[in-house]
Write a protein that binds this ligand. Structure first.
Ligand code: F0G
Length: 463
C-alpha cells in the first residue's frame, strides 16, 4: 500500500490559540465596526487574514536571527542576503526595504517620478496588488490591468489565470508613446486574481514585447516560488526541471523585481528591489536612503536580512512547496466537496471564495464579499479578508465606488503554521455559513472611510 503524504517538518515551538463563544464574537465584530482589520488577533481562532509576515521560521532562520550583524554599513547579514538574491533570482544589485510597498515606493520614485511627475503616465500589468496600485495612483498615474479574461470566471479551469493578454498588451504598446510607460509590473503569482500563476511562455511573451518597445519589465516577486511550483506542475517542458532552475529562468526575462519578503521570503518583515542594471539601481539608491535607510540595511534589522537569506533558499525547496501549495489545495478540495463556489484552479497561497455566487441575494452596493467575510468570522472565529468593492475603493477622478468583476473572500494560509485539522475546521465553518446562505439577504453600509486604501480602516453598519 502507498504510504500517505506528510509534511517535511516537525514542530519545535508552538503558539497557544483559543476558540471563542458565538455571543462574544458578535460583540467583538460589532465593536470592530464590522471591519475584520479592527478585530484583535486573540479574538480569532484560525487567522487567514493574510499569508504576509505570518509564516513560521525554521530553526536555521532563527539561528540567523542570533547571528544577525547590526552594523550600520556593510553588515555580514547584508552580504548573506546579497549572495542568496544573486544565486536564486540572478540579480547582481539590490536595495533592502522594510517591506514590499516600501520597495514599490523606492522603485516608482525612480521610474515614475514623485508628485506631479507621474501625471499622464500608465503602468500596465496583470492585476496590480492594492499597494502597487495605491503607489501608482498616489503619483497621479494610471494602473492598467491587462489580465486575461479567463481570470474573471471562477469556473474556468485555465491553468495560468495570472497571464497577461498579450494581444491587448501589444496593442497598448503600439498606441501609447514610450514616455508615458515608465515600467511594466508583472505580479507572480497574481494575488488579486486569486493567487494565480503566470506561465513561463507568458513571462517570455511580456518580456519580448516590453523589450521591443523599450519598457522596463519588473516582477512583483512576493510569491515567486509558488509561481515556479505551478510552472513545474502545469507547463509542458518544465515537469522534470528543478524549482531553482525555473526560478532563474523566470527572472532572466526581467530587468528587476520588487519583493515583499513577508510571503515567499518566509520572514515576518522585509522586502527589497533587485536590479540587473547598475545605473537604474543607482537612480533608486537616493530614494532608498531617504525613505528606508542606508543601502546595506534599508529599513531592515541585520537579523532579518540574515533570516531572509535562508528563507529564500527554503521557499524554493521542492518538498517545502509540495507541502505548502498542497495544503492550500486540500483546503480548496474540502470547500468544493461542500459545494462552495471558489476560484478554480486553486491558487498558491489562498482559497478565494466567489462571494457573488455564495450570496446572490445581497446587493453589490451592500458589499457582498465583506458580508460573507463577517459571516464566516461570526460562525467560527475564522478571519479571512474581503477582495471586493471595499478594497477596489473609489475611482480617483469620479469618487464613485468601483465594482470589480468578482466579489471574493480570500482565505490566505500562513506558511508552515496551521495543520490540516485547522483547514478542516475552516472548511466546516464556511460550510455552516453555506448551509444558511438563503437567510443572508442584507449587507453593510459605510459610515467612515479614508481617502485612499480605505479597506484597512473602513467602518460599517448593517444595511
Ligand atoms: N505585492 C503583492 C503581490 C502583495 O501581495 C503584497 C502584499 C505587496 C506587494 C505589498 O507588500 O505588504 O510587504 O508591503 N500583500 C499582503 C496580502 C498584504 O495580504 O496579500 P507588503
Amino acid at each position: 500500500m502507498n504510504l500517505p503524504y506528510a509534511e517535511p517538518w516537525r514542530i519545535k515551538s508552538i503558539e497557544i490559540i483559543h476558540r471563542s463563544r458565538a455571543e462574544d464574537r458578535e460583540a467583538w465584530i460589532r465593536a470592530a465596526h464590522y471591519n475584520l482589520f479592527n478585530i484583535k488577533s486573540e479574538e480569532v481562532y484560525v487567522d487567514l487574514l493574510t499569508d504576509s509576515g505570518t509564516g513560521a521560521m525554521s530553526a536555521q532562520q532563527w539561528a540567523e536571527i542570533m547571528l544577525g550583524d547590526e552594523s550600520y554599513a556593510g553588515a555580514t547579514s547584508y552580504y548573506k542576503l546579497k549572495e542568496s538574491i544573486e544565486e536564486i533570482l540572478g540579480f547582481p544589485y539590490f536595495l533592502p526595504a522594510h517591506q514590499g510597498r516600501a520597495a514599490e515606493n523606492v522603485l516608482f520614485s525612480a521610474l515614475i517620478g514623485v508628485g506631479e511627475e507621474g501625471r499622464g503616465k500608465i503602468v500596465p500589468g496583470n492585476s496590480h496588488f492594492d499597494t502597487t496600485k495605491g503607489h501608482i495612483e498616489f503619483r497621479h498615474a494610471e494602473a492598467l490591468d491587462l489580465t486575461i479574461a479567463e481570470a474573471f470566471d471562477t469556473e474556468n479551469p485555465h491553468p495560468f489565470k495570472g497571464n497577461v493578454d498579450l494581444v491587448r498588451l501589444a496593442d497598448f504598446l503600439e498606441k501609447t508613446p514610450r514616455e508615458s510607460i515608465p515600467v511594466f509590473i508583472l505580479t507572480i503569482t497574481c494575488n488579486s486574481s486569486g493567487g494565480q500563476p503566470v506561465s513561463m511562455a507568458n513571462i517570455r511573451g511580456v518580456s519580448e514585447l516590453c523589450r521591443k518597445h523599450g519598457v522596463p519589465l519588473f516582477i512583483d516577486a512576493a510569491r515567486f516560488a509558488e509561481n515556479a511550483w505551478f510552472i513545474r506542475q502545469r507547463e509542458s517542458g518544465y515537469e522534470s526541471r528543478g524549482i531553482r532552475e525555473i526560478v532563474r529562468e523566470m527572472f532572466s526575462y526581467a530587468d528587476g523585481a520588487t519583493m515583499s519578503s513577508k510571503k515567499d521570503g518566509i520572514v515576518n518583515i522585509g522586502g527589497f528591489v533587485a536590479f540587473r542594471d547598475r545605473a537604474m539601481m543607482e537612480k533608486a539608491t537616493s530614494f532608498n536612503i531617504m525613505f528606508e535607510g542606508f543601502n546595506t540595511y534599508g529599513g531592515m534589522a541585520g537579523r532579518d536580512l540574515g533570516a531572509l537569506s535562508v528563507g529564500l533558499r527554503e521557499s524554493t525547496d521542492y518538498e517545502y512547496l509540495e507541502a505548502r501549495v498542497g495544503q492550500v489545495a486540500r483546503l480548496g478540495a474540502a470547500m468544493v466537496e461542500r459545494g462552495i463556489p471558489v476560484q478554480k484552479p486553486f491558487g498558491g497561497h489562498a482559497i478565494f471564495i466567489d462571494a457573488g455566487r455564495f450570496l446572490p441575494h445581497v446587493r453589490r452596493e451592500e458589499y457582498v464579499a465583506q458580508t460573507l467575510a463577517v459571516e464566516i468570522y461570526r460562525e467560527g472565529g475564522v478571519r479571512g479578508v474581503e477582495i471586493g468593492a471595499i478594497l477596489a475603493d473609489r475611482d480617483p477622478v469620479t469618487r464613485k465606488d468601483r465594482f470589480p468583476a468578482l466579489e471574493l473572500v480570500r482565505l490566505a494560509v500562513p506558511r508552515r503554521v496551521y495543520t490540516d485539522l485547522h483547514m478542516e475546521y475552516v472548511a466546516a465553518t464556511v460550510g455552516n455559513v453555506w448551509d444558511r446562505r438563503a437567510d443572508i439577504k442584507r449587507g453593510y453600509r459605510i459610515t467612515r472611510e479614508a481617502p485612499i486604501l480605505r479597506h484597512f480602516t473602513v467602518e460599517l453598519e448593517p444595511a
